[in-house]
Design a protein around this ligand. Structure first.
Ligand code: GLC
Length: 544
């Protein structure tokens, strides 16, 4: 059966509808001063690389003043740059250069919690129970005879109780690390402060925001128990993320916040956008974050969660496209980010994982909507699984034994020795060590090498940008019958048709009738009028 999904409309203010956004994990991208930590000047120096790669925008993870307990997602000053990453002047220079190269800049906003080093939290600790300073956070009395037990059974996403008791006996809420106290978003000063922060960065020219924990700011009135946690039933509450409701996530009132933010974004020229990192029980509830009076996009993590099977991808793609039609907003396609194991490794690691990752790239980049690429995926980087425990810095590691450090290892740029050009010439420092195998994966080792993963990305991004059938106003997805385990769909602009085929069938597939191949994740071999697409490979064909 042929199923069609219409394509969304577009205009220049709508650039984000079909953009390819490159996620820069600032700490690990490029180090300009040799201290072993990536910085804004490092990004600035590498902008030509990103322009040549062919992306439209960069999303920068937090670079604000921070004690770096959670990699900068613990912000102490929302209006300044941490000295580790540079200065506001470095930011201004970087965004000016980016815009001159045609690259837009999206910054990360962390509104659910501040750092415990934030002046507001320090004032709250000093001021005592019942004070106006405490009212901006979620302080509460404990339970038990002497208040020695937490106010409720809520659990931190990083493991353990979501409450920490302070010296005067009160407890404060932190859905993440104790160094990340949750703000009370029912407090008008909190709302006013973040509206000011939005304007601060909009005035500096940012093109958009990625909203961290966008589903978390409002907690159910009365802070009711969930009813279970790892201490009582052994089930972690975090397992419900994206599957069930929790009293501290996805509360209806959170939408009031976005309805107040949208007019601010719309009051600036040039299509300023916001994308939510939100987890909701159902795609329908996730879709509520998107719309002309709320946010522009929400990450759909279902594509990332799909298993390596044609059925799994087909189901996820169909659901995402159907949702996108209903809400009138583009789908976001994500394969990796700074919180998830890199997809080369998720798909089996080694040669097999890389092969599949390359095929998934051609699948993702042929779909209508906005694609998010995580730094290093264009090099085919795998997760670093064997980092020594004492070097791991993820705060979740100590509480859960799970660590996100393996996808945050600094990018290999060039050279024979680690850290492979991450810093200036001669610098040997990098905050996490790169494995020896990354010498062959560096940008310099892959640039200009036919068939390398970097060249595959460059080719695919160039075609995506130029090809009428992949343009934002081209046709939607039409699925084609291609046999079990083979995904095939086409998109068209007039008589020009581009067909993407992904072979997950476990045997080579004979492809015929879709025209000439214009990109392939593995070499194709000819057979009569058709082409043989190897196992775990994808290709784009064109017919004019
Ligand atoms: C988001 C970020 C993650 C961070 C958490 C707390 O999920 O992506 O890296 O640890 O929020 O801010």
């Amino acid at each position: 059966m042929t199923v069609s999904h219409p394509a969304p409309p577009t205009s220049d203010d709508d650039w984000w509808r079909s953009a390819v956004v490159y996620q820069v994990y600032v700490r690990s991208f490029a180090d300009s001063n040799g201290d072993g930590v990536g910085d804004l000047q490092g990004i600035r120096e590498r902008l030509p690389y990103l322009r040549d790669l062919g992306v439209d925008a960069l999303w920068l993870t937090p670079f604000y003043t921070s004690p770096m307990i959670d990699g900068g997602y613990d912000v102490a000053d929302y209006r300044d740059v941490d000295p580790m990453f540079g200065t506001l002047a470095d930011f201004d220079a970087m965004i000016t250069d980016a815009h001159a190269l045609g690259l837009r800049i999206i910054v990360d906003l962390v509104p659910n919690h501040t750092s415990s080093a934030h002046p507001w939290f320090q004032a709250a600790l000093a001021a005592g129970p019942g004070s106006p300073e405490r009212a901006r956070y979620l302080f509460a009395e404990g339970t038990g005879e002497d208040g020695e037990l937490p106010p409720n059974d809520w659990e931190s996403i990083f493991g353990g109780p979501a409450w920490t008791r302070i010296a005067d006996g009160q407890w404060y809420l932190h859905l993440f690390d104790p160094a990340q106290p949750d703000l009370d978003w029912r407090h008008p000063e909190v709302r006013a402060e973040f509206e000011g922060v939005l304007r601060f960065w909009l005035d500096r020219g940012v093109d958009g925001f990625r909203i961290d924990v966008a589903h978390g700011m409002i907690k159910a009135e009365g802070l009711p128990d969930v009813g279970f946690n790892s201490m009582t039933t052994g089930q972690r509450q975090a397992e419900l993320l994206g599957k069930g409701r929790l009293p501290y996530f996805d509360q209806d009132e959170v939408h009031d916040i976005y309805r107040a933010w949208r007019p601010i974004l719309d009051s600036y020229p040039g299509g300023r956008m916001a994308v939510a990192e939100a987890w909701a029980e159902t795609p329908q509830r996730l879709a509520r974050y998107i719309g002309p009076d709320e946010l522009h996009q929400a990450f759909s993590f279902d594509f990332l969660d799909a298993t390596w099977s044609a059925d799994s991808f087909r189901k996820v793609i169909d659901t995402a496209l159907a949702e996108s039609t209903i809400v009138g907003a583009p789908t976001t396609w994500v394969l990796s980010n700074h919180d998830k194991q890199r997809h080369v490794t998720r798909y089996g690691d080694g040669a097999e994982g890389l092969r599949r990752a390359r095929a998934a790239t051609l699948l993702m980049l042929a779909l209508p909507g906005c694609a998010y690429i995580y730094q290093g995926e264009e090099l085919g980087l795998p997760e670093v699984l064997d980092l020594p425990d004492d070097l791991r810095q993820d705060p979740a590691f100590l509480r859960t034994g799970e660590s996100r450090d393996g996808c945050r290892v600094p990018i290999p740029w060039s050279g024979e020795l680690a850290p492979y050009g991450f810093g200036p010439a001669g610098s040997e420092l990098s905050w996490l060590p790169a494995p020896a195998t990354w010498r062959a994966l560096s940008v310099a080792a892959q640039a200009g090498v036919p068939g390398s993963t970097l060249e595959l990305y460059r080719t695919a991004l160039r075609i995506r940008r130029d090809h009428p059938a992949l343009a934002a106003d081209a046709g939607g997805v039409t699925w084609l019958e291609a046999g079990p385990g083979v995904l095939a769909f086409s998109r068209a602009a007039g008589d020009t048709v581009l067909t993407c085929v992904v072979n997950i069938s476990g045997a080579p597939a004979l492809i015929d009738g879709y025209g000439a191949p214009i990109a392939a994740s593995e070499p194709l071999t000819g057979q009569g009028s058709g082409h043989r697409l190897p196992v775990d490979a994808a290709a784009w064909f064109e017919r004019r």
